[in-house]
Ligand binder design. Structure first.
Ligand code: C2E
Ligand code: MG
Ligand code: MG
Length: 413
């Protein structure tokens, strides 16, 4: 088997020889190959790996080089790629090649490749960087359930460096934005959701969709959550007491099972003098919970203190129903993908209506996320949806601005 050093030295040699000419590195995984070994034996598995390699080589140009990188993965060097589209064309040919079951195995076995592509020179100057970035694009393809993704600095899990985020958190350089949550039935403001914003020196505006999952993979998620709780409550503390507003804070399910979570949140409420009933803990259902039983216990304790619990992004992840069964939730946030589609797709509208009814049967309040126009707002209000959030009702804005506006509106009343 050819090893990484060999692949890297071949790519490096190509970089030297190509004199700056554009080429692509494609990393390809065929997850089904491993299953062939496990089901039919290693000899069959190896035969299938050889066949996959031949198939890859035959569906490409003679100048393209295919290297075996592991049991089910390959690295392909695609020289002289004049454009991004050339690389996509190669990936389309590879996908087509695998549309037939692999012949020659004990029983014909259908396997599907997944691939990521990085281009020289724009995505990296070295073999190491190109392979890593093609690998990141491949991870992104797997995450999205697609067959091929070209590396995009802004949408793959970008390489936010640990130290940089840690330092930004320590130096309090992240910001909290508040997005209004609207009471759809009474047509008045009901509170806001707290959303983190990071303006990084090296990466510009980094979306929480990038840095939150990154933080979840390390201890940074605890630091981020602590920061988010304290900063949110610090702003909320500036409001006059009798506002009857709810402030939602996002909690990664990963932090729920960390020791001391409840104490930290309760402690912060005491420090800032914010009543527990003004806080809603939002749990996203798209991230897997490490320890469901422990998370349920933690949420129960939060509930016992009077804190509300919302299941965020309901209807997109795999865990929706499991969460609904087990979490002591008080509300359910209907994901924006459902809300955005309900106007143009009548059956999605029916689904949203059914979710609202189901939630009400379970004594859960409902919030629709991502309301972008008046028609959707009216439709949801009509369906009995309790709360709404979205660009039509108010974009996320700096927390201090939100609070100042609120105070100004109150004093002018
Ligand atoms: P989320 O909790 O579901 O937050 C709603 C997201 O939808 C926000 O994205 C918001 O800006 C966006 N949004 C709101 N209204 C609309 C609309 O009408 N149309 C569209 N297209 N989008 C809308 P954002 O701020 O990028 O946050 C993404 C996710 O990152 C959040 O999703 C939340 O899960 C997570 N997140 C944000 N801040 C924090 C934090 O401090 N801690 C943790 N653990 N997660 C956070
Ligand atoms: Mg949320
Ligand atoms: Mg959401």
């Amino acid at each position: 088997m050819l090893n990484r050093e060999h692949i890297f030295s071949e790519i490096e040699a190509h970089i030297q020889a190509s004199a700056g000419e554009r080429f692509a590195v494609l990393v390809l995984r065929v997850p089904g190959l491993r299953e062939i070994s496990l089901r039919f034996g290693y000899a069959q598995g190896e035969q299938a790996e050889d066949m996959a390699q031949t198939l890859i080589q035959h569906s490409l140009r003679p100048i393209d080089r295919v290297f075996r990188a592991g049991d089910d993965s390959f690295v392909v060097l695609l020289p002289a790629m004049l454009s991004y589209n050339h690389a996509l064309l190669a990936s389309t040919r590879l996908i087509q090649a695998f549309e037939q079951p692999l012949a020659g195995t004990a029983s014909p076995w259908l396997v599907r490749p997944v691939m990521g592509i990085a281009l020289f020179p724009e995505h990296g100057p070295s073999a190491d960087r190109l392979c890593r970035r093609a690998g990141m694009a491949l991870d992104e393809a797997q995450r999205r359930g697609e067959l091929c993704v070209v590396y995009q600095p802004h949408d793959t899990q970008i390489e936010i460096f640990y130290d940089e985020l840690r330092e930004a958190l320590d130096a309090n350089r992240l910001q909290v934005f508040f997005q209004p949550i609207w009471n759809l039935q009474e047509n008045r403001i009901a509170g806001a959701e707290s959303l983190a914003r990071w303006s990084s020196v090296n990466h510009g505006e980094v979306s929480p969709a990038n840095f939150v999952p990154f933080s979840e993979q390390s201890d940074l998620i605890s630091v981020l959550t602590r920061w988010s709780v304290n900063t949110t409550l610090r702003h909320v503390a500036n409001l006059p007491r009798d506002q009857n507003l709810g402030f939602a804070i996002n909690f990664s399910p990963r932090v729920l099972s960390r020791p001391g979570m409840v104490e930290q949140l309760i402690g912060a409420l005491e420090i800032w003098g914010v009543p527990a009933t003004s806080v809603i803990v939002e749990i996203t259902e798209t991230t897997l919970v490490n320890d469901l039983d422990l998370s349920v216990q933690v949420l129960r304790r939060l509930r016992d203190h009077g804190i509300r619990i919302a299941i965020d992004d309901f209807g997109t992840g795999y865990a929706s129903i499991a969460y609904l069964r087990q979490f002591p939730a008080t509300e359910l946030k209907i994901d924006q993908s459902l809300v955005a589609a309900m106007h143009s797709e009548p059956h999605t509208g029916k689904l949203v209506r059914a979710i609202i009814n189901m939630a009400h049967h379970m004594d859960l309040a409902t919030t629709a996320e991502g309301i972008e126009d008046a028609a959707t707002q009216a439709q949801l209000a009509d369906m009995g949806c309790d709360y709404g959030q979205g660009f039509h009702l108010g974009r996320p804005q700096p927390a201090a601005e939100f609070i100042a506006q609120f105070i100004a509106a109150g004093t002018s009343r």
